[in-house]
Design a protein around this ligand. Structure first.
Ligand code: PEP
Length: 257
């Protein structure tokens, strides 16, 4: 649910090293971020959660309040047990994780994640008090065949169906697959029109009165296009991949919000 502020989330994907993370975060934490107008978070590879958590909490002592939130890029649909390689919500919670991306198109594409699995992951995150960032989006082929609306509605419907009124606590990210990491961005009009569809679906599903679930745009967002995208009526923030790896670009996107 939105508190009226935009939300800008960096998705570092499988990038970085202990050294480069330290430099990137140092630059972000030194910047005079306006936490009164914009929430920010970084979703980092799980092996670096401890490093990033420590660096952020060291900075919080002595700050005026407000800081960068910590997020994960995926979570297991299972609670615990014989699931080699997976990471549970309770493990993420131990690292102070507040956001977890679920259903990123790279997980759907390369790990064959289904709408149903994504819905279960969202439920796990919600049950642990974390905010799932539920990604939806169409491929270029689906867009060309006029299926954009049907695809994103189907993906979101699975999450709504399983999570009922708890959907008030999710964040949705519209990420057209053809725009991710390609340098192609949805036009503000294209993005706004899909966001409006998602907003209507959330409202119809009973998003509580006066509450507004945040819907982020993701897909080659950069300093040049962020301002126009973020000024669209139904765009409440951004999920930023490539540009979140360069402090100057990420800070510029945050400034646009
Ligand atoms: C993403 O992977 O969530 C993303 C939006 O990537 P990029 O900004 O690089 O397109």
């Amino acid at each position: 649910m939105t508190n009226g502020k935009k939300l800008i989330v960096g998705n570092w994907k499988m990038n970085g090293s202990a050294q480069s993370n330290f430099h990137l975060l140092t630059q972000l934490l030194r910047a005079d971020l306006r936490f009164d107008v914009c929430d920010t978070a970084v979703c980092v590879p799980s092996v670096y959660l401890q490093q990033v958590k420590t660096q952020i909490s060291d900075q919080i002592q002595g700050s005026k309040g407000g800081s960068i939130g910590l997020g994960a890029q995926d979570v297991s649909a299972h609670e615990e047990g014989a699931y080699t390689g997976e990471i549970s919500v309770s493990m993420l919670r131990e690292f102070g994780v507040s956001y977890v991306i679920v259903g990123h198109s790279e997980r759907r594409q390369f790990h064959h994640e289904t709408d149903q699995l994504v819905a279960i992951k969202a439920k796990r995150a919600l049950g642990a008090g974390m905010t799932p960032i539920v990604c939806v989006g169409e491929t270029s082929q689906e867009r060309e065949s006029g299926m954009t609306e049907a695809v994103v509605r189907r993906q979101l419907a699975a999450v709504i169906h399983l999570n009922g009124h708890c959907i008030n606590e999710i964040v949705v990210a519209y990420e057209p697959v053809w725009a991710i990491g390609t340098g192609l961005t949805a036009t503000p009009e294209q993005a706004q029109s899909v966001h409006a569809v998602l907003r209507a679906q959330l409202d119809a599903a009973g998003a509580e009165n006066g509450r507004r679930i945040r819907i982020l745009y993701g897909g080659s967002m950069n300093p040049a296009n962020a301002k126009t995208l973020l000024s669209q009526r139904d765009i409440d923030g951004g999920l930023v991949g490539g540009a979140s790896l360069k402090a100057v670009d990420f800070l510029s996107i945050i400034a646009s919000a």
